[in-house]
Design a protein around this ligand. Sequence first.
Ligand code: ALA
Length: 523
Amino acid sequence: MWRVKSLDAIMATAEKKSLKRSLGPVQLTLLGIGAVIGTGIFVLTATAAQKAGPGMMMAFVVAGIVCALAALCYSELASMVPVAGSAYTYSYAVMGELVAWLVGWALILEYALGASAVAVGWSGHIVGLLDSIGLHLPHALTVGPKIEFGGFLRGGEEGGFMNLPAVIVTALVTTLLVIGTKESAQFNAALVAVKITALAVFILITVPLAFGHPANFQPFTPRGWGNPLDSSGVGVLGAAASIFFAYVGFDAVSTAAEETKNPQRNVPIGLIGSLLICTVFYLLVAGGVIGAYGAQPLLGPDGVPFAPGAPELYASAQCTAEHAPLVCSKEALAHVAREVGHPLLGNLIGLAATIALPSVVLLMMFGQTRVFFVMARDGLLPKGLSAVHSRFRTPWVITIVTGTVVAIAAAFLPVGQLADYSNSGTLFAFGMVSLGVMILRFTDKNRARPFKTPMVFVLAPLAIVGCLVLFLSLNKESKNLFYIWTAIGLVFYFSYGFWRSNVRRGFEEDVPLDDTATGQPPA
Ligand code: ALA
């Protein structure tokens, strides 16, 4: 289980294989921005406010710093090993199969549940838009049922049954992915423009107002900084652990390395470029939200703040009244714009999110299918999953499996909880990548590093500590789900992957897959 897949073998398999190299640096940065700006900023701003009040600005900074540190580590590995599979592939080469498996397993939380979270965020916007034109969908079909299960599954609302819009968008995206990557990337570029425009409009209408309301920034940290050791999941660190979701997705760039032209140069540009652009936008948006509208947490009847996204919060008198506070909204930015005197622009921001969020679902599901694809190619998951469609050249079986998982989670769980589950997997993967980059500096000193993480022995440990602190700052449901998920993964590995692994069986290149990839039956 400690066997590694050699870097040379990884590169050789990639050379031979099957996905088209079609992405350049601009497309790749757009891929990054397309994957990053989404539900986090458009929706979870409300969750962050309930956890930290105006202190959520600090949460954006903390989460952004942790992501930037992880991105620097990612870039070194992505430029050295420019193949599909991102954190999973790197871990296989550096820390061995068991760690790689656990990372790949955690990436299912990141990508699949992340895609579900964004699909639910999309649902909030389409429901809001339809409401604004007088079309009210039945409540039961817009939220999941109230769930409280064993301390690791929590969510839903009174009277909810399933989130139908979220299921529909997932089905549409799955279809696009089966049709093909190239089309998807071009589609993505147009939608990135829509998102950037919406955020820019939001900043233009709210930031000037913010200067007139300095009192909205007081008290700045009504729930303190939070304590990673008490599992409450609130305060600035609790908000950072959730809002971290707003930055996730830049690693989709490295996941697409195998489909990138000149990946040695273009992958680091795509990763770091997209992260920088997003951070600037987020801080301006957060400042605008707080200053123009206010972002204080909502207190329950007992004077204690509601749990973010709790059924009681949505049922409270303040949330059911008109002009509800930010923390009640499932379409935070559209809501704030409407409430500060721009109903039309608010609806347009909602429309922009409705148009653009499916691209985030698409990118996260794209990441998931590529990770699954490589894991199946390596023999850790059943081979049949990695079948490539003869006409579209896409891993269609795995895409449909992924779509089904994403749709089920989106149907029944709320956005905030899904995002937190997703973050638990992402933080684990980022931590492992940051560890891997240091190990590789010792074990493979001489290999060319087109991008070198600066001050790696300072920045990589900081990235690891940052990931750990954010992980511990998640609420207890998310941490418990992560532990249970990991335990299931271990059982699966020792009963399947351990025995079926290509590396164990002594062939590092997968000949049958290359045959499948060309659409020909294996010889
Ligand atoms: N960062 C992406 C989002 O916020 C996943 O939707």
